[in-house]
Design a protein around this ligand. Sequence first.
Ligand code: PLP
Length: 444
Amino acid sequence: MNKELDVVVTQVKESVWPVTAYPRQDGDMAVGGIGLAKLAERFGTPLHVMDEEDVRRRCRAFTRAFPEADVAYAGKAFLCRVMAGWIASEGLSLDVCSAGELAVARTAGFPARKVLMHGNAKTPDDLRAALSYGVGRIVVDSFSEITRLAAMAAGGTTPRPRLMVRVTPGVDGHTHEAISTGTDDQKFGFSLASGAAAEAIQRVIAQRRLELVGLHCHIGSQITDLDAFDLSARRMIGLLAAVRDAHGITLPQLDLGGGFGVPYREGDPELDPQALADRLHRVLREACDENRLPVPKITIEPGRAIAARAGVTVYRVVSVKHAASGGLLVAVNGGMSDNPRPGLYGARYSVRLIGRKSLGGDRTATVVGRHCEAGDVLVKDAQFPADIRPGDLLAIPCTGAYHHSMASNYNLVPRPPVLAVREGRARLMIRRETEEDLLRRDAG
Ligand SMILES: *Cc1c(COP(=O)(O)O)cnc(C)c1O
């Protein structure tokens, strides 16, 4: 079974479509054994589809590459109770960064000890929720949070809250500024270079009611450069050695974060979990030998690398316009409310006409959304048949991470549902938002 999975994962490695996707003779695209056009008929559009098999295989690629480590899925990429169930059944831990994400984990029965709570500005409500559920680790991110947790733990929480200190190692992952989190002078963590990290570690150690279990860093997202992870791991081992020298304590754990890049379009680079594992294992052995430290228990936190490629979004074309310059504008019934990434990061996607055979030549077009912003563009320079028309269905791959989780109700457009597909069956994970949902909060 595993052998067979290996082969399939290798074959589709370069692909941006889910592992079970295949184009059908009639022009449709099947995912999880069901045609996307059929799903669009049954569940309406826009529609997010998640390939369960894809999510599970990505989980296994990490647990196989890092058999001794704790692999924690970063839930902010995409979280609902069904997803939490898949993650738990694959043996992964779970990162949450709010009481809301924790509520999903809790009501899905996700084991508390396998939950990590993150956030640069956790509110007292977030911290209370974390302590009352008894999460395995809280990753502290500010001095005031250390003080607040010590005060909350004074009530006699047993056992003591287990903390990691989030360190900013000063490593640039060469990614977009909005998702670069490892450099100095951004909002996350305690700077290694300024001495703030050492100060935070000292303060947690000084709090009898708190237990420091290790250090954490996360240098950013969509990183494909192994050197960046190599450098941050070396710096973090150096800090563990400094903690040992200053306090006589050998911290048992090191969390190296996530941010492993995935391709959004054919030909984009990706970070292979096994290549990452081989590099990190070597670096950790070397750096720990140099510092006469035992290799700590490692945690890694893939988010996008687990969820992104499992997702496909299906839209219906509403209008086709010829711009004054002669360009073709294909407008769909969704846009920046279900996919804010082009606007936020200049993210680029591919798109495909599905549900019918195309007749004739290729045309270059721009796929735009329905929202009242000129920047609501989903795909630039897309290729379509010349007869692209209203009513056609389009599928955009690689929308499983940071799409539904970042969705908004801009223009009071209801958020799309998320469907899980597997072996010819579809199951609703999150239902479509209704007008009633939208009006419910309007207190007027
Ligand atoms: C967002 C985040 C991740 C996951 O990032 P990806 O780019 O989705 O892999 C991991 N750890 C922390 C602390 C994060 O904030």
